[in-house]
Design a protein around this ligand. Sequence first.
Ligand code: NAD
Length: 274
Amino acid sequence: MSSTNTPEVRATTTLSLKGKTALVTGAASGIAKRISEVFADAGANVVITDLAADAAQATAAEIAKKGVRTLGLAMDVTNEDAVEQAFRQTEQELGPVDILVSSAGIQIVAPIQDFKFSDWKKLIAVHLDGGFLTARAAVRQMIASGRGGSIIFMGSVHSKEASKLKSPYVAAKHGLEGLAKVIAKEGAEHNIRTNVICPGFVRTPLVDKQIPEQAEELGISEEEVIKNVMLKETVDAEFTTVDDVAQAALTFATWPSNALTGQSLVVSHGWFMQ
Ligand code: NAD
């Protein structure tokens, strides 16, 4: 029997985002770009935000060919004014945000004794300041619209596990889980759900850059980094794909009730098992 606020599930249910506005950060590349495409396939109007306006606009133009409305905006997630401005423009042009995917990210690797404080602050700013600023702007619109919504943070297996050379990244990704849990509690009365996706290694520019860097830091070959560092703990020595992560994002975005909030879903070929 259905609970009062949970729609009855039917076998014919499709994961539709028709009529929804989704804002995605870091969406000109990698995981977030694929999520934007999949959301558009599900009928959402999508706001592609990234550091560079031209890259965001090019991705938005590509995705608009799917027959949905898109916007491509420059938005540095560490800049409060830029975030506020992008959310204002979104509301004016596409209506209030129903779905936020906070995915913009960077990686810097070094042993802690060599880690520059400036690099620590840069990484923490992109992941945690960015998560806070975009989630705050989204929550404000979701409350004002009365429609609630879904907030999805891009965590990582590094929200659960540690790896050498990644002190600020692991700290920030663990931090996102705490932020998501608070927003899940505060947002419940407004029908705002908040969850975290925790991917394993996905071959994107972010990871391709790390392979030679880790090889140098650890004094091993690039093949050994892939085999013995990145994929060592998976069940099948496979990389996670952008489609794997996009499927998880679609599930969170379309989930119809507060049953799925404050959660994290690890998508990692068994690297980390909860
Ligand atoms: P990517 O490098 O392909 O894309 C990251 C995007 O973020 C880029 O387009 C970049 O321009 C943008 N960006 C960086 N700083 C920004 C800022 N200050 N403001 C706005 N945009 C900014 O990387 P990806 O692999 O697709 O990573 C996306 C997210 O997934 C990140 O949060 C990353 O930590 C996370 N993640 C990635 C992997 C992986 O293996 N690739 C695994 C787990 C989690």
